[in-house]
Write a protein that binds this ligand. Structure first.
Ligand code: NAD
Length: 263
């Protein structure tokens, strides 16, 4: 615990359960003194998310579907009513239909499912950035979550990889728009971790095992490491970093061939 986030208020989007990356980030921000509001998706999830939110003294817990303008309007109105202004937003939201997250990309990708994945996983960050920036008069920080499947063709990641590439590009354009207002906008490219979303990807467990085997550190990506990067970006330590994609993956992204050195 510490005081890196003392006096800062922000929104966490995308906690589904205690394994969610959004929750890993939220708990570290709270431990450093941040005041938090949460949005979650789906009535059924409230019973999982409420105890987590309450355990960090959340000021607001509201259901919001990023594809539904009315629910986003209501969520941001409630956020403004509670906090007035905010200092940071963590966007940890993505979705693609399960049938697309396997096998052949070209054969398994339909127009509707492609657009749904882009809507929830990319456009939502643009929409959130526009809404949040209106209540960030003192500058601040926005963080979204991405994966290496945006840069490399990774088995089964398919549509989501394309959506993540678009999300990373959107991060740069949002950073360009909001830079003059002192709002920094970055993406964390995390290595594979065991969450609900990963379970939707065919061979998700293999992504973790291979990521570990191919990483420089020969380790799994840790939630603490991902949350630590988010803490750096959301706190004043992150001054001067914007429009960046930061890999937190035990050095998986930069390795060439797998295998042992000889001699
Ligand atoms: P998760 O399932 O816990 O979180 C995904 C969240 O997205 C859930 O809370 C879900 O309710 C929310 N969501 C889906 N559709 C939504 C909608 N229409 N409106 C609002 N919210 C919606 O899984 P996670 O792994 O913590 O995923 C969080 C982010 O991290 C995602 O962007 C994911 O792509 C990214 N990521 C995950 C990994 C990994 O290995 N788990 C690696 C890199 C990046």
């Amino acid at each position: 615990t510490g005081e890196l986030m003392k006096g800062k208020k922000g929104l966490i989007m995308g906690v589904a359960n205690a394994n969610s990356i959004a929750w890993g980030i939220a708990s570290q921000l709270a431990a450093q003194g941040a005041e938090l509001a949460f949005t979650y998706m789906g009535e059924g999830l409230e019973r999982r998310v409420r105890p987590l939110a309450e355990s960090v003294g959340a000021k607001l817990l509201i259901q919001a579907d990023v594809t539904d303008d009315a629910s986003m309007d209501a969520a941001f109105a409630a956020l403004e009513a509670e906090f007035g202004t905010i200092d940071f937003v963590v966007h940890s939201v993505a979705f693609a239909n399960k049938d697309e997250l396997k096998g052949s990309f070209i054969d398994n990708t339909s127009r509707d499912s492609f657009l749904l994945a882009m809507n929830i996983s990319c456009f939502s960050f643009v929409d959130v950035a526009r809404r949040a920036s209106k209540i960030m008069p003192n500058g601040g920080s926005m963080v979204t979550m991405t994966y290496l499947g945006s840069e490399r063709a990774i088995p089964n990641y398919n549509t989501m990889g394309v959506a993540k590439a678009a999300l990373e590009a959107a991060t740069r354009y949002i950073a360009r728009d909001l830079g003059p207002r002192g709002i920094r906008v970055n993406a964390i490219s995390a290595g594979a971790m065991r969450t609900l979303s990963l379970a939707g990807i065919s061979g998700g467990r293999g992504m973790i095992a291979q990521g570990r085997a191919m990483s420089a550190m020969k380790e799994d990506t840790s939630m603490e490491g991902v949350a630590g990067a988010a803490l750096w970006l959301c706190s004043d330590l992150g001054f001067s970093t914007t429009g960046e994609v930061i890999h937190v993956d035990a050095g998986f992204h930069m390795m060439g061939l797998a295998g042992e050195d000889e001699g």
